[in-house]
Design a protein around this ligand. Structure first.
Ligand code: ATP
Length: 273
């Protein structure tokens, strides 16, 4: 990932329909980011200032990055994925320049969704890292994000962290990440939806039952479920190769995959903090 500090996609091809479950989170993003972007004159009429960002937090693999990319799709915007760790890693002074260049690039080519992954690397409580370079990087970020200091029209800001308690309170003031949104592990209905999304367009046997698998996968993240489907698909491909007859993905493949792919969110929920 180090070589990919900045990953930019022309216009994101993914929309909210590609994200299973998370209806409340989608609703918040629509209210805070998509509608202000689409209806600026309505917001102006109601004297409702647009701007600021949404900070997503929750266990790994539950759709934070996917949601950010889908937000870009909903706004027909470019998607730029910024690895905060890679920015922070630079020499003193260089990190500030890099960060400012990222914002300048976004303003030049709007609409753009800027997605800051692992924000805690930048926004770690200042009391813990009182170093001068860190303070200056935080202040660069907050200034760039500030809609008074800059014209950020068409620059849509999302960030993600697995450790929201490690994010400096300065980031959560109005006009900044004033919305902190939990992205939970999928519940049973969401798991069924995610499984159907990942099974779609594959050769499937009639006995494939996403609801039955959803019932057996409490604690699985979206990424775990994707992994489960891929594991089942690999076995179907192997069977096809050895028999010479196309073996569709069947329920037994999915059930077998359950033994191999274990859930990962419970560990985060119990050990984080
Ligand atoms: P991390 O904290 O590790 O960065 P994340 O929350 O950003 O994790 P994603 O990168 O969005 O997780 O998810 C990884 C992959 O898992 C996605 O690309 C997608 O294939 C699948 N996935 C996760 N959540 C969902 C979901 N709600 N619907 C459909 N697919 C999902």
């Amino acid at each position: 990932a180090a070589a990919r500090a900045l990953y930019s996609e022309k216009v994101s091809a993914i929309s909210f329909a590609d994200v299973g479950g998370l209806d409340d989170v989608k609703k918040q993003i629509i209210r805070r980011i998509v509608t202000p972007f689409r209806k600026p004159s309505l917001f102006a009429k109601y004297r409702r200032k647009a701007g600021g960002g949404v900070l997503l937090f929750g266990p790994p693999g539950c759709g934070k990055t996917l949601l950010a990319r889908a937000t870009a799709g909903e706004c027909e915007a470019r998607f730029v994925n910024v690895s905060v760790v890679d920015v922070v890693d630079k020499y003193i002074g260089e990190a500030e320049r890099k960060l400012s260049a990222i914002f300048a690039d976004a303003r030049r080519d709007t609409p753009t969704v800027l997605f800051f992954d692992e924000l805690e690397a930048l926004a770690g409580s200042r009391s813990n890292h009182a170093s001068q370079s860190h303070v200056s990087l935080v202040s660069t970020f907050l200034t760039e994000m500030d809609g008074f200091a800059n014209n950020n029209d068409g620059v849509l800001i999302l960030a993600a962290t697995n450790m929201p308690w490690g994010v400096d309170a300065a980031f959560r003031r109005p006009g900044r990440f004033d919305r902190v949104q939990f992205v939970p592990p999928p519940d049973r209905a969401a798991r069924a939806e995610i499984l159907r999304l990942h099974l779609a367009a594959r050769p499937l046997a009639d006995d494939c039952d996403a609801d039955a698998i959803a019932a057996k996968t409490a604690g699985y993240s979206g990424a775990d479920l994707e992994n489960l489907v891929n594991t089942a698909v690999d076995v179907a491909i192997e069977e096809t190769l050895s028999s010479g007859v196309e073996a569709p993905v069947a329920q037994r493949h999915l059930l077998d995959a359950l033994q191999e792919v274990r859930p990962t969110t419970l560990e985060w929920l119990t050990t984080a903090r």
